[in-house]
Design a protein around this ligand. Sequence first.
Ligand code: CAA
Length: 259
Amino acid sequence: NTGQQNILTEKQGNVAIVTLNRPKALNALSGALIQELLQALKAFDKDDDVGAIIITGNERAFCAGADIAEQKALSFTQAYNTDYLRDIVDSILAIHKPIIGVVNGYALGGGCELAMMCDIVYAGEKAVFGQPEIKLGTIPGAGGTQRLIRAIGKAKAMHMILTGENMSATEAEKAGLVAKVLPVNEVLPAAIKAATTIAGYSRPVVAIAKEAVNEAEELGLRNGLHFERRLYHSTFALSDHQEGFGAFLEKRQPQWKHV
Ligand code: CAA
């Protein structure tokens, strides 16, 4: 896409890959980068050939956070009125298809928050996660104080946010922020493999599963279980449900129609 100056996009089979591509600024989230990223995610979400989406950066940086140079100039009112952090948080929440974040190098501030907006995070062994906003005289503004605590618990989240200390990939995996840690050159291929597996299942069922898991963060247990059961029963209306159950009993591979 020739209109893209801050990201690269490609498809590998049924997997879409969005690569943040502002290497000189360590993929910092400028307004322009965010607009291109959201446009690409929305387009892939609507693309029937795509079953899963990967967001990645380069070996040095997944993303070093909000663009400090761009944000430095903003007054409170300007920051409030051009709230592109709200755009990114709301728009990514609205994506139906699963998003895998593939993190190598720095995932700091808004970069760590972007990783946490993904449904699954794979990290290379040299990945570094952190919320260093406190060192700049601010606080996380794209979900850090809310999502980190859910991912790794209050003790570690509060420690990271108040000290500004980073966390290694191994620590992040142990703490529950990351699903898998792999050698740097294996992490993207492994994520593409997982994304291909996901893209091979019934699209509506994958979207419903993602929705059910995400609602667990919003609802209490009783309401969450109720919501899950309703969605579970709703899958009985899909022809893919008939196909999946039938194929199991007939000892054959299911042929999904994605309806
Ligand atoms: N915004 C804009 N530019 C950035 C940037 C950012 N967040 N992070 C790095 N850069 C730029 C640097 O200014 C530098 O540019 P020049 O070559 O033109 O000087 C270039 O990227 C390379 O960076 P460094 O020279 O600093 O590289 P390093 O290897 O010495 O250090 C680093 C790497 C530790 C990641 C360091 O760049 C750093 O600390 N970056 C800032 C990280 C940060 O504080 N992020 C939080 C931002 S606030 C936020 O995200 C709010 C929110 O919640 C949304």
